[in-house]
Design a protein around this ligand. Structure first.
Ligand code: SF4
Length: 349
């Protein structure tokens, strides 16, 4: 299998016709997934709090402590969301919040062990790198200690959220208080060292250029070479509505479908050591989400029973399991429900 250099992928990203890129990415996907299965997961996002001190300029979700509209879910509210998920056959919660300025490790340990003990069939995929990083700081623990304690409480894996673009010149502009690229990598590296898997993400379409995107891919590919701990890569486009970044830079527009498919295909080709690439139908809509399956994606992500973050910024797409199955069958692939570890639970031939 060919490994593309930074220069090669940059050239392909900028100059190769989209159809040709798509064909190459689809061929690569077929080599890795010869059984023509496209998977999805039935899960639910639970954003346990929207209170956050980090002030990312692309975020329309967060509230300051004490601000109108702030919330922190009670254990009972979380339980009832999980019970609704169980009722539709769900297996995973994507559990993330804002970065609360006061909550320490004990709160998170209690929360995770409460869920893990009460709902043993639910996999807790939760806490992005910035949350882990801040829990460590406020609790005066190392990143590793936080991860080990949460793992012991029942945390299974961590999502890739908060990577945005792993280039500090961009991060300084769009999220100056957020953790640096090295710190994001460090959290994931530490998780992989204790056999906790994670996913990697990229949010494009804010202030980055093509070189920043290649730098991002390189950081992810390098860590995957070292640890093999990323289960999947997911890219989505910045949703500008209601965000301070859009106010500051009014010229920023939502990225085109062409740009999304081009970057998706390049991700599949450059990230040769990551088996699963998700389509982001939540930000792109169901039809581009379907087309993404012909540009290298092999997974439709989540049926998304609840989504609060990108919907705050204007992306209000929704899809249930039946709609997903239809979209996948339409392109002559076999729909399959999977778990967090990408193991197939059920196919719908
Ligand atoms: S993106 Fe996350 S860390 Fe940044 S302000 Fe929003 S909730 Fe906070």
């Amino acid at each position: 299998m060919k490994r593309y250099s930074d220069e090669e992928i940059l050239d392909m990203m900028q100059n190769m016709p989209l159809r040709e890129l798509g064909k190459m990415a689809n061929k690569r996907k077929a080599e890795l997934h010869p059984n023509k299965i496209t998977s999805f997961i039935v899960d639910r996002n639970i954003n346990y709090t929207n209170i956050c001190w980090v002030d990312c300029k692309f975020c329309a979700f967060k509230r300051r402590l004490g601000e109108d509209g702030e919330y922190i879910l009670s254990f009972e509210e979380i339980d009832s969301k999980i019970e609704e998920l169980l009722a539709i056959g769900g297996t995973q919660i994507l559990f993330q919040g804002g970065v609360h300025p006061k909550l320490k490790i004990d709160y998170y340990e209690n929360l995770v062990s409460h869920i893990a003990n009460k709902y043993p069939t639910i996999t807790i995929h939760g806490f992005s790198a910035i949350e882990i990083n801040f829990i460590a700081k406020i609790s005066k623990l190392s990143i590793k200690e936080v991860l080990v304690r949460l793992q012991k409480a029942g945390l299974a894996s961590i999502p890739g959220a908060g990577a945005e673009i792993l280039s500090d010149s961009v991060r300084d502009l769009i999220a100056p208080k957020k953790l640096s690229s090295d710190e994001w990598i460090e959290v994931h590296a530490q998780a992989h060292k204790i056999s906790m898997k994670s996913t990697a993400t990229m949010m494009f379409g804010s202030l980055e250029n093509n070189l920043d995107i290649v730098e991002h891919w390189r950081r992810i590919r390098d860590l995957q070479d070292e640890t093999g701990g990323f289960r999947a890569f997911i890219l989505w486009s910045f949703q500008p509505n209601n965000t301070p970044l859009k106010e500051q830079y009014p010229h920023i527009q939502k990225a085109s479908s062409n740009r999304y498919l081009r970057l998706l295909a390049c991700s599949r080709l450059y990230l040769d050591n990551i088996k699963n690439i998700q389509s982001s139908w939540v930000t792109q809509g169901s039809h581009i989400g379907q087309l993404a399956l012909l540009f290298g994606a092999n997974d439709l992500g989540s049926t998304m029973m609840e989504e609060n973050v990108v919907s705050s910024a204007g992306a209000c797409n929704s899809m249930n399991q039946d709609e997903m199955i239809t979209l996948i069958k339409d392109i002559n692939e076999i729909p399959a429900k999977r778990n967090t570890a990408y193991e197939i639970l059920e196919t719908f031939a």
